[in-house]
Write a protein that binds this ligand. Structure first.
Ligand code: ADP
Ligand code: 5GP
Length: 209
């Protein structure tokens, strides 16, 4: 019996928890995962490339995408808009690929409502002090933005129980392996094995007739 359907996975966590770094480590080791590239109205950071980290769009373009239902979810985070392009997610899942969405909590809950089989994973650093260290150490945001993101982290912490799994990103490699294991285990859920279940039922029926 083999699973044939792709699994939809949401990965959330405080800004600076290491989600981006974790996605990179996971994909380096397991390149078959399909990581969705979101659209955002925030400015690119130094080193970010349009179409790789994000599609950087204007507010007008973002509004048009909402109107044309091109986004499967979207949310406002610290004054900027972020959204997941629908076509990429639908196409990769149809191909049987496991799709990763690295998005914040409001978007995560929209996705879960729309696709109830989605697994929600929350990535946290080992401590609040380490979070601040990572956020400041990244060196990509001003002090004001860092303060806004830490304040947002306090709000997001209230929603951690709504996730299916919590992963502590302490040792990066270990965390990537743990994440991979959690996702692969989902393939054993009956909802991922509908084709195989039908096949088994048919074989049993044929055997009895
Ligand atoms: P996020 O995408 O969650 O905002 P990043 O992936 O940009 O976070 O990581 C924030 C900072 O923390 C980066 O400088 C990154 O190198 C560092 N970092 C990420 N994971 C770890 C880890 N496991 N141990 C130590 N530093 C880490
Ligand atoms: P950053 O500006 O640090 O890249 O991202 C800020 C926050 O937006 C992070 O929590 C990130 O997970 C989230 N985010 C990125 N893309 C999307 C998206 O498409 N939809 C939603 N809802 N959140 C997103």
């Amino acid at each position: 019996m083999k699973s044939h359907k792709g699994v939809l996975v949401v990965i959330s966590g405080f800004s600076g928890a290491g989600k981006g770094t974790l996605m990179k480590a996971l994909l380096e080791r397991y390149p078959n995962y399909a990581l969705s590239v979101s659209c955002t109205t925030r400015q690119p950071r130094a080193g970010e490339v349009n179409g790789r980290e994000y599609y950087f769009v204007s507010e007008e373009e973002f509004r048009q995408m909402i109107e044309q239902e091109k986004l499967v979810e979207y949310a406002c985070y610290c004054g900027r808009y972020y959204g997941t392009p629908r076509s990429y997610v639908e196409e990769r899942l149809t191909e049987g690929r496991d799709v990763l969405l690295e998005i914040e909590i409001q978007g995560a809950l929209q996705i879960k409502k729309r696709f109830p089989d989605t697994i929600l994973i929350f990535v946290t650093p080992p401590s609040a002090a380490e979070l601040k260290r990572r956020l400041a150490g990244r060196g990509t945001e001003t002090e004001d933005v860092i303060a806004a993101r830490l304040s947002r982290a306090c709000e997001e912490a209230a929603g951690m129980e709504q996730y299916d799994y919590l992963l502590v990103n302490d040792d990066l490699k270990e965390c990537a392996e743990h994440l991979h294991r959690v996702i692969q285990d989902q393939h054993f859920r009956p909802s991922c094995m509908e084709g195989a279940i039908e096949q088994m039922r048919k074989e049993l029926k044929d055997m009895m007739s």
